[in-house]
Design a protein around this ligand. Structure first.
Ligand code: AMP
Length: 214
């Protein structure tokens, strides 16, 4: 399947994407993870993208569209997490798939503002493998260290107050309209992501099965 995960920052896209891509055995492509890796390497992409990522703004469409086209080329199935984020990105994706298969489904993880703030402020990321944790909701076994690879966890610089505010504003201005875009294509599946990750995942699988079998 070719799936998109939509939703505000803090809705749990990354966590659900990891579980869902393992369940469906499809490639998980996260533009946020790709950009963070590039920033670590200080690559030429990082030089163009850093100020946007660190301030919680959006990396310009042309740059991120090229990144995603390259990543999906040759893949039969994929799960996109964090892309598209603008109508222009969504249109570019549709165009890029015109000679193969279109997107099957856009899953919209809907979370309330208090949930978003609580999740983002407690989120911790592995400095090596990028695994996600939360100090309360999904704590690692040893405080401050990744269960998977043992590396140190850190707080994303854009999970602090000013960038969070900016990311939420950007989401409402640029990304929320994608809900309508995929609704019109009859591809939208809305799931409330306020419950804990395990419950959301169960709900997601049930909804997915009934939608796909319909
Ligand atoms: P995320 O991990 O999805 O929250 O993404 C972290 C940051 O990477 C965002 O706040 C943006 O600065 C940048 N980013 C990720 N995906 C995109 C995208 N599709 N378009 C533009 N910027 C993006």
């Amino acid at each position: 399947m070719r799936i998109i995960l939509l939703g505000p920052p803090g809705a749990g896209k990354g966590t659900q994407a990891v579980m869902l891509s393992e369940h469906l055995k499809v490639a998980h492509i996260s533009t946020g993870d790709i950009l963070r890796e590039e920033l670590k390497k200080d690559s030429s992409l990082a030089k163009k993208a850093r100020r946007f990522v660190e301030s919680g703004g959006l990396v310009p469409d042309d740059i991120i569209i090229e990144v995603i086209k390259e990543r999906i080329s040759g893949l039969n199935d994929f799960l996109l997490d964090g892309f598209p984020r603008t109508i222009r990105q969504a249109q570019a994706l549709d165009e890029a798939l015109v000679n193969s298969r279109p997107i099957d489904l856009a899953i919209y993880l809907d979370a309330s503002t208090p949930t978003i703030i609580q999740r983002l402020s407690g989120r911790r990321i592995c400095s090596k493998c990028g695994a996600n944790y939360h100090i309360k909701n999904m704590p690692p076994k040893a405080v401050g260290f990744c269960d998977k690879c043992g590396s140190i966890l850190y707080q994303r610089p854009d999970d602090s107050e000013a960038p969070i505010k900016n990311r939420l504003a950007v989401y409402l201005k640029e990304t929320a309209s994608l809900i309508d875009y995929y609704q019109k294509q009859n591809k939208l599946l809305r799931i409330s992501s306020d419950p804990d990750a395990g419950e959301v995942f169960k709900e997601l699988i049930q909804a997915l099965n009934s939608k796909v079998l319909k």
